[in-house]
Design a protein around this ligand. Structure first.
Ligand SMILES: Nc1ncnc2c1ncn2[C@@H]1O[C@H](COP(=O)(O)OP(=O)(O)OP(=O)(O)O)[C@@H](O)[C@H]1O
Ligand SMILES: [Mg+2]
Length: 225
């Protein structure tokens, strides 16, 4: 049974954590028991003998299931570099079956899991293993966060195409206004609405403050899993 979503994006630093935490807030408000989950994280610091990644901490903070960091983040690497290079550097092999086991253990304890991928959909995890393969292993519907900036149409279409061509489900995409001065923002959204196969699910306006809010979310489609 599907118990969540796999959140990917058009690139790194385009709002996957931002959207994932907003989705968690939204679900918590609806009284669901939820947790965030980050299968692979790179860029972490030591705290109380544990490697802690900021995204994982953020996801944990917006979850109401009170799972430990190790229960929502099977692989964590210290350097903020491509995950497969970080894994090699620490002589670790990323195993999908390990991620699946940890994921299933977490999923058992909640109504929904919001999974945030590292970087974009073709980020390698180990030699020829890609984030896309992880998506397939967890068999969750995918949400693509589109960081609205020049080039995003190409990146959004490529991302959707590669996911669909591997037989996975794209639930939809989210417009995240990361650049407050993007010229022709609305025209870009109109074009994405025309060219993307999947529907627009939500819109996050640019917000300077740390606490962000969703402008709107298409509830019916989000739960269409
Ligand atoms: N709508 C927004 N308005 C203003 N700032 C934003 C918005 N969305 C994201 N940001 C900022 O952009 C930065 C990157 O966002 P975020 O961490 O969510 O990206 P990410 O895709 O999860 O990155 P990573 O690939 O490192 O996981 C953060 O500093 C975040 O606060
Ligand atoms: Mg992130």
């Amino acid at each position: 049974m599907t118990k969540g979503w796999f959140v990917t994006g058009t690139d790194t630093e385009i709002g996957k954590t931002t959207f994932s935490t907003l989705l968690l807030d939204y679900l918590v408000k609806k009284d669901y028991l939820v947790t965030g989950f980050k299968p692979v994280a790179s860029g972490a610091s030591w705290q109380n003998n544990e490697l802690v990644n900021q995204d994982v901490q953020e996801l944990q903070r917006h979850s109401n299931a009170n799972l430990k960091l190790s229960q929502i983040n099977p692989y964590c690497f210290e350097p903020a570099i491509a995950p497969h290079i970080a894994a090699m550097g620490s002589h670790t092999v990323i195993h999908l079956d390990h991620i699946k086991r940890v994921y299933e253990e977490a999923a058992k304890q909640v109504d929904y899991v919001v999974v945030e991928g590292a970087g974009g959909i073709l980020v390698p995890l180990h030699e020829d293993l890609l984030t896309l393969d992880l998506c397939a292993t967890l068999s969750l519907p995918v949400i693509i966060v589109v960081g609205m900036r020049l080039g995003c149409i190409n990146h959004a279409l490529l991302t959707e195409k590669v996911i669909l061509s591997s037989g996975l489900t794209v639930l939809g995409w989210v417009a995240n206004q990361i650049n407050p001065e993007m010229p022709y923002y609305q025209e870009n959204i109109t074009t994405l609405n025309r060219l993307m196969t999947s529907p627009m699910l939500a819109e996050i306006p640019y917000q300077d403050s740390e606490k962000k809010e969703i402008l709107w979310i298409k509830e019916q489609s989000i739960f269409d899993i």
